[in-house]
Design a binder for this molecule. Structure first.
Ligand SMILES: Cc1cc2nc3c(=O)[nH]c(=O)nc-3n(C[C@H](O)[C@H](O)[C@H](O)COP(=O)(O)OP(=O)(O)OC[C@H]3O[C@@H](n4cnc5c(N)ncnc54)[C@H](O)[C@@H]3O)c2cc1C
Length: 342
């Protein structure tokens, strides 16, 4: 007979989200394997509850208690599952820590994920917003994934095309939203590797370290050092990393802004549009280091909103709304939040 699911009630989520927001889940289940999801789907009461899949809670702003069921991904395991002349395929379970996976690949001599070192959160969440940093993004070395489909009860395999990755975007934010739980993510890591130093700040850090032919581990160490210098550690100061996505505007809009603000920070995109640095826009509106109650804007990085201690989710949201309104009024650009807001 199958073991009954261990549902907990009124579970505090304070230590399970990096903002450190003190919200509760009406029901909570640690998901160790797909069997738990099958049992859940077969239960008429539990399967009717609204669900929130939770990894490391590092891209989430909880503005209220969760009425339904939190599915906390706790599956573990990393293994090489295939290889050819060009690449190694590594599979990791959803509940694995992302940075732990990066370190595992480097320790086993597999390069490719090093630019994404120290991004908080779980492996299972990494495809949701196609995590990216320092000139790379998940899609670059993504092979495929397995997901449980609540609609059918099947485990489905999705390749890169199925996932429709974009800038902080994927099919899981659209057609498959609230329908699938990612179980396993597979990466294709190249045997012939070249350092990716496209991101200027990373290239300078590597140069400053006197590294002429950096290894993947050297790149990981450099990324880790930059991130530690720039970003608040969620274990010390609650935050969810960048709170806003960098807005993408037309060339005409960018040129109009550049004429008025010669210091505007923008990056040309392949399709002729421009990505604007949201952090620069927020900083120019005077928000860096400011606070509204216990919600604040980080002193070093205007893109990061922080919990200065005991902030409620709604306070952080109100601060975000004020910042958004200011950027819109001053620059005519709408900036959108990156974390999932609940
Ligand atoms: C200090 C800091 C720095 C950061 N830097 C970066 C960065 O450089 N680049 C970047 O891209 N992000 C960054 N982030 C954001 C965050 O780390 C990533 O978005 C990460 O992938 C979130 O993982 P998580 O497990 O914490 O997801 P959670 O916050 O738990 O969940 C996020 C979303 O994914 C869904 N989800 C989670 N797991 C699954 C699953 N197995 N199946 C289906 N849905 C799932 C959740 O329902 C939710 O909608 C940063 C965050 C912090 C706190």
């Amino acid at each position: 007979m199958a073991t009954p699911l261990e549902i907990r009630h009124d579970q505090s989520l304070r230590d399970l989200n990096t903002f450190g927001i003190d919200a509760k889940a009406a029901s909570y289940l640690r998901v160790g394997s797909v069997d738990d999801l099958r049992a859940l789907r077969a239960d008429p009461v539990l399967s009717a509850l609204p669900r929130l899949v939770l990894g490391g809670g590092s891209n989430l702003l909880l503005t209220r208690d969760v009425d339904g069921l939190v599915l906390h991904m706790a599956s573990r395991g990393i293994a090489v599952i295939g290889e050819d002349d060009a690449q190694v395929i590594v599979a990791a379970q959803a509940g694995e820590n992302w940075h732990g996976l990066v370190q595992w690949t480097l320790a086993h001599g597999f390069a490719g994920l090093e630019n994404l070192s120290l991004i908080p959160g779980s492996v299972g969440a990494s495809p949701i917003q196609n995590i990216g940093a320092y000139g790379s993004e998940l899609a670059e070395h993504f092979h495929s994934l397995l997901a449980f489909d609540f609609a059918t009860g099947d485990v489905i395999a999705l390749d890169k095309r199925d996932c429709a990755f974009g800038y902080r975007d994927s099919v899981f934010k659209h057609a498959l939203r609230d329908r699938t739980v990612i179980l396993e993510v597979r990466f294709a890591l190249p045997k012939r590797w070249q350092a990716n130093l496209r991101y200027a700040e990373l290239a300078s850090e590597v140069a400053a370290r006197g590294l002429v032919r950096p290894t993947a581990q050297d790149i990981s160490d450099a990324v880790t050092a930059i991130r530690r210098r720039k970003l608040p550690d969620p274990a010390v100061t609650g935050n969810a990393g960048s709170f806003f996505k960098n807005p993408v505007v037309s060339a005409a809009k960018r040129n109009e802004l550049l004429a008025r603000h010669p210091a505007l920070v923008s990056y040309a995109q392949a399709d002729g549009s421009y990505k604007l640095a949201a952090g620069w826009l927020i900083d120019q509106c005077g928000w860096k280091g400011k606070s509204l109650g216990a919600a604040g804007v980080h002193e070093k990085q205007a893109l990061v909103l922080v919990n200065r201690g005991g902030a409620r989710g709604v306070e952080i949201l109100q601060l975000a709304q004020k910042i958004r309104a200011d950027v819109l009024a001053n620059y005519g650009v709408a900036i959108e939040p990156e974390p999932v807001i609940l």
